[in-house]
Design a protein around this ligand. Structure first.
Ligand code: C2E
Ligand code: CA
Ligand code: CA
Length: 709
């Protein structure tokens, strides 16, 4: 009976075991398998008979793996229990893939059972398939890792606040962005707000409140503000969030990220500074000034007070830059900016337009022009005084002065362009007035400028209408023989002749001297070619005036070469007259250019010698063939006891340097005699012959014509 019941129970238990959704293997105290259910065999990849018949533990568990490697026998769940007599919970082991089955994961629990005496009776090992769970966890870990990597690179710090449970989460990046170890501060929902910059706090909390309370607000929001770093500096952030709401619109949860904008803000700042500030002096640049001037004009209009625009240009800056180098030039500009800043009020505007040009704008002056002029004069005096102090640059004492042009403005003033132009005109007047001074704009300057503009226009038209004609003035040797001629241009305009002194300056400043000079050179070479076979004219040298601007043109040597080739003029008969202004800048380049022309056979002479930038050292460096004594020295030579020694000295100098010497402006016998006695080689002047149209010159001197004066 008893045994019947026991058998029945056993059968029921066996049945239960068979249908249990877990694998069960029961081991004896020696480790041998006493019984195993079907699922156990299935999960371990063997038949139940195989399993129960297994004598050794190793053959039952030997295939399981932990962390992808075969498990050591002492770590089999059953062996752990046999050894320790303690249960093993939640041990995850792997069953490698076979040709029939894919890789699987099992979660094992094993526990010992003892008899009444406390001796180990058996070990029960249960396991279930947790492959799906394990896979899901792996997937989750993978995407979690991916998310973490993405966030790491994105400069975004995630956070999350569950408004129902009041749970707050600040990510690691959130803390480190502000210089804290994670959790270094008490972590509540208002922590972030306490770290917002005090000036931004009201704005931010109002925004958040409004957004959360508005039940129809969009789910996503973004706001920029500054957070305080642990070390006190500001961290500009863009906070982007997502609000989860219940169907009534009540917010349940809010999550988002803070993006560190420090680098972006710095880049924006750099772009802004590059666009609006001068990198050399750090002053606002032209663009900034133009944009500000608009506002200043509007302010003047509103306040009824005058303003003043001061245009400041350093005197002889170019010369300093070229002779002492750009580094000294840059240092001077920086120092000028600093000195000006010192004498100006904080509210005065100072900008650098470029080069050596600065602009100062004074605002809020008096309500009458008289008051405004007086106040501006006061500031200008201070500016002139501070800039006139010597500068110590690169170990040298340097003196630099400015010329300042001033224009007043009020609400009714014309536009910015006009004001800048007027101040510029006044600045040029200040330069003409002897520099180191200031000059207020007045309308007569505008009239003069308009006149210049009209003249320039006429000059341009005259050039295309072939209104420029060549005159020639003969040059004679001491013995009275015709040796050459100087070409002098005239402008045939409105039935009259305009003298070069009235238009060469403008042609130079407007750049028109380049095409004009080319025209003169071409016509001169044509004449030389025509004269080639003439008994008298064929021996003459033709001197052509060349402005320094022409020589500076990179294309100049090429265009001379082309003219010579096109006309067939003999180059050795052509002499180019330069003035001492060629000594002023780019000396090395000028010399190189002159040598290139000398290679064609052309000669050079130095015009108006003694009036300009006379550096005797340069005389030897430039490839010159002749010096022309300026007519101002010749003029006085027979009357002024001081002029005679100068002329004698110039002749002696020319002889020493093996240069020919030509005296110009000879009007009197006494001058001629003095020059010939002094050893001057050639003479030119009204006494010997006035400039005449080139056709007349050819007629007078050409062919069988007179060879002697
Ligand atoms: P410059 O090169 O010194 O030319 C000599 C000037 O002295 C000429 O004036 C000539 O007419 C004048 N002159 C000649 N003999 C006498 C004299 O005995 N007494 C006085 N008082 N003057 C005399 P012009 O023709 O009016 O030319 C003036 C300046 O214009 C020239 O001075 C030269 O610098 C410039 N120029 C003339 N033609 C050209 C040209 O084709 N190209 C360039 N770049 N400049 C030119
Ligand atoms: Ca000349
Ligand atoms: Ca001259």
């Amino acid at each position: 009976m008893m045994s019947d019941t026991a058998t029945a129970i056993q059968r029921r238990l066996d049945e239960l075991l068979e249908h249990l959704p877990a694998g069960v293997v029961v081991h004896g105290p020696d480790g041998r398998i006493l019984t195993a259910n079907r699922l156990a065999a299935e999960l371990l990849g063997q038949s139940p008979e195989q399993l129960t018949g297994t004598a050794s533990i190793t053959s039952a568990w030997g295939f399981v793996r932990a962390n992808g490697r075969p498990m050591r026998p002492e770590n089999y769940p059953v062996n752990i229990v046999l050894r320790t007599h303690k249960k093993v919970a939640h041990l995850v082991v792997g069953v490698p893939a076979s040709d029939r089955e894919p890789e699987r994961w099992l979660i094992c629990n094993a526990y010992p059972e003892f008899d009444a005496e406390g001796a180990l009776r058996q070990v029960v090992v249960c396991f279930t398939d947790c492959t799906a769970l394990k896979r899901a966890k792996q997937r989750l870990q993978k995407s979690d890792k991916r998310l973490r990597l993405v966030l790491k690179g994105s400069n975004d710090a995630p956070w999350d606040y569950d408004m129902v449970t009041q749970e707050v989460y600040y990510s690691e990046r959130w803390w480190t962005m502000l210089g804290y170890r994670p959790g270094a501060l008490p972590c509540d929902k208002d922590l972030w707000l306490s770290l917002v910059h005090p000036d931004d706090r009201a704005k931010v909390s109002a925004f958040m409140r409004g957004m959360l309370e508005d039940r129809n607000a969009r789910e996503c929001y973004s706001i920029e503000f500054r957070l305080r770093h642990r070390d006190g500096h500001d961290v500009p952030v863009l906070s982007r969030g997502f609000v989860l709401r219940d169907p009534d619109g009540k917010p349940l949860r809010i999550s988002g990220t803070n993006t560190d904008l420090t680098e972006r803000k710095a880049a924006e700042r750099r772009i802004y500074e590059a666009a609006y500030f001068d990198h050399l002096t750090g002053l606002p640049n032209r663009r900034f000034l133009i944009e500000e001037l608009d506002k200043m004009l509007a302010r003047s209009h509103r306040s009824g007070r005058y303003g003043a625009l001061l245009f400041l240009d350093l005197d002889n800056f170019k010369l300093l830059n070229d002779t002492l180098g750009h580094e000294v030039g840059d240092a001077l500009l920086r120092e000028v900016a600093q000195r000006l800043r010192r004498v100006l009020r904080h509210s005065d505007n100072l900008a650098r337009l470029g080069g050596d040009e600065f602009v100062v704008v004074l605002e809020g002056l008096g309500r009458t022009p008289e008051e405004a002029v007086a106040e501006t004069g006061h500031v200008v005096d201070k500016m002139l005084a501070v800039l006139a102090q010597p500068y110590l640059l690169a170990g040298r004492m340097i003196v630099s002065t400015p010329s300042i042009g001033i224009v007043l403005f009020d609400g009714a003033s014309a536009g910015i362009d006009t004001l800048l132009r007027q101040a510029d005109l006044a600045m040029y007047r200040a330069k003409a007035d002897g520099r180191n001074t200031a000059c207020f704009f007045d309308p007569s300057m505008q009239a003069a400028a308009d006149h210049q503009a009209a003249l320039e226009h006429a000059l341009r038209k005259g050039l295309s209408a072939q209104q420029f004609v060549l005159f020639c003035q003969p040059q004679f040797s001491a013995e009275g023989q015709l040796v050459g001629a100087e070409v002098l241009v005239r402008w045939r305009r409105d039935g009259g002749l305009v003298e070069p002194d009235d238009f060469i300056g403008l042609a130079e400043s407007s750049g028109l001297i380049v095409p004009l000079g080319e025209h003169v050179l071409l016509e001169s070479c044509r004449a030389l070619a025509r004269w080639k076979d003439d008994r008298v004219l064929g021996r003459l040298k033709l001197a052509v005036n060349v402005s320094v601007q022409q020589l500076r043109e990179p294309a100049f040597p090429r265009s001379v070469g082309r003219i010579l080739a096109d006309t067939g003029a003999p180059p050795e008969r052509l002499c180019l007259e330069l003035t001492e202004s060629v000594f002023a800048e780019n000396v090395a380049e000028t010399i190189q250019r002159m040598h290139a022309l000398c290679d064609h056979g052309i000669h050079f002479s130095l015009d108006d010698f003694g009036t300009g930038y006379s550096s005797l050292a340069y005389l030897k460096r430039f490839p010159l063939a002749a010096l022309k004594i300026d007519r101002s020295f010749v003029h006085d030579v027979h009357v002024d006891p001081d002029a005679a020694p100068i002329v004698e000295a110039i002749i002696a100098l020319a002889r020493k340097l093996k240069l020919e010497i030509v005296a110009e402006g000879v009007e009197h016998e006494a001058q001629r005699n003095f020059l010939i006695d002094g050893g001057c080689g050639a003479l030119q002047g009204f006494l010997l012959g006035r400039p005449m149209p080139i056709e007349d010159f050819e007629r007078s001197f050409g062919g069988a014509g007179a060879g002697h004066a």
